[in-house]
Structure formats: structure tokens, C-alpha cells
Design a protein around this ligand. Sequence first.
Ligand code: SF4
Ligand code: SF4
Length: 285
Amino acid sequence: MTIVEIGLPKRLVEMTLDGESVRVPEGATILDACTAKGKSIPTLCYGDTLKPANACRVCMVEVEGSRTLVPSCSRKVEPGMVVHTDSERTQHSRKLVLELLGSATDLSTTPHVDEWMSACGADPSRFGPEAETKLQPTIVDNPLYVRDYGKCIMCYKCVDACGDQWQNSFAISVAGRGFDSRISTEFSTPLPDSACVYCGNCIEVCPTGALSFKREHDKREDGTWDESAQTQTTTVCTFCGVGCNLTLHVQDNEIVKVTSPHESTVTHGNLCIKGRFGWQHVQNR
Ligand code: SF4
Ligand code: SF4
């Protein structure tokens, strides 16, 4: 019997996870229980600073007695629940979902997706070249960040971060319907003409690299982006008294992007334009 501690003390709920008896605090999701037990469940639309969107269906697991598979990111643990994360059914579902996503979307900058695909034997190419989404040219309409919607899986995380869950700018939303649905500014205006305040909080949560720093985009284009050569240093933003935590990603003695720790109780990974993008003066040597 393993007792898993998550957050503040709460009433414990007992469940069975892949044959092992586990107790988790009331209100924990199946994904919380898996994470606490060191089980890695693939997720794309799940964001640790956002409410579950239930959009990507990559994290589906099998719950005994449930007719359908359930999304582990949002399904709360119930007493006596018996969960299988690696059954034939979950593997088959994960394989098909990854194949569908990979056949229609450029996942080349999505972390971990290659290992997930090889673990379940996913082969997106079996749907053929016709499966690719219609060409969506990379949008470079401002000096700070780039939108490459050929990499977008429509997870809505950027919309939630820009909207009522964090920034309340509502600069982007889902436009169109069905196959024509896409993330867009109002009336597809260029970003500088939209309500965007360039906080970059959408980049912080984007799981695929569809939204990226202009510096990162340029370095990827010229083949000099090298994450293995980068260091990360967390410091305090000096622009104002809020004092947000900044994590500086440095390559070749140059800041190449700035993120923020999601566990920070002040920022939860969010920043403003100054903290996120105002670092050029540091390296104006
Ligand atoms: S741009 Fe990124 S965060 Fe926004 S919906 Fe697409 S994949 Fe998700
Ligand atoms: S990121 Fe923005 S809000 Fe946070 S300390 Fe810096 S200037 Fe202030």
C-alpha cells in the first residue's frame, strides 16, 4: 500500500492504479495520482496552470466499469476506482490519437512526442499525404513572437491563458467551424492591431511550439537553436515592484528566451511584456 501526499492534508481516497493500491487526497485527478506515483502519462492539452480543456485525448486511461476511456487530466479519483493506464485499449487509443494528430499537424517541435509515438507504435504516415491540414503560412507580424499554426493542435491553452483564466486580454480565440476552425485574432487582424498586450503567456503554455519567441524561431531557422547547450537561471524581474520570477534561457552567453516558474504562487508562469521580452539591454555589449 502506497500513500501519496499531494498538497495540503485532505481526506484520502483509496483506488487501484495498474494493480497497485494507492491512496490520494480527495479531489485529485487520475493524472495527479499517476504523477505522484512516478507514472508518466502523455498529455498535450493539459496545463498545470490551466483548467483541463479535455481537447487532445492523449491522456485517456481505462477505468473499470466505465463504457468509454476517460481523460486522466480531468477525471477525479473516486473511492474504489480501478484504473489501467497501459492496457491494450489505452495503448490502441493513444496510438490512434497520436497518429491523427501527427498526420495533420507538424509535431516536429513538440517535446516528447517521438518517444510517445515509438512507445505505442504510432505511424502518422499511414494516413498518407492527403491527411495534412491546409497550408497555414507562418505568421511573423511583430518583432517579439511568431505564430506557426501548421503546428497547432487546437488545444485552446493559448486562448485560455489570453482569456479569463489569466490575462483577460481576449486577443485570440477559436474562429471558424469544423475543419475550418483555427486560432485567430479578431477579424484575423495582425497581432499589432489586435488586443494583444505581448505578455507572451500564450507562448508559455503552447505545447507544440506553434507559438514561439522570435529569437527561438530565427535560431531554429538558421540551425543554431541548441537546447542541450542552454542553461536556465531563475532570477527576479527588476522592472517593477511585483518582482516576478524570470527563468533566463541562455545559449552562447546570450539570453534566447524568458519563461517563468509555473509553481510560483505570484505569477503561476505568467509575466508581462517587460519581464518576458525586455531583456535585450542586458546583452547590448
Ligand atoms: S497555438 Fe498552441 S496553445 Fe494555442 S491552440 Fe494551438 S497548440 Fe494550443
Ligand atoms: S514581469 Fe512585469 S509585472 Fe512582473 S515584475 Fe516584471 S515588469 Fe513587473
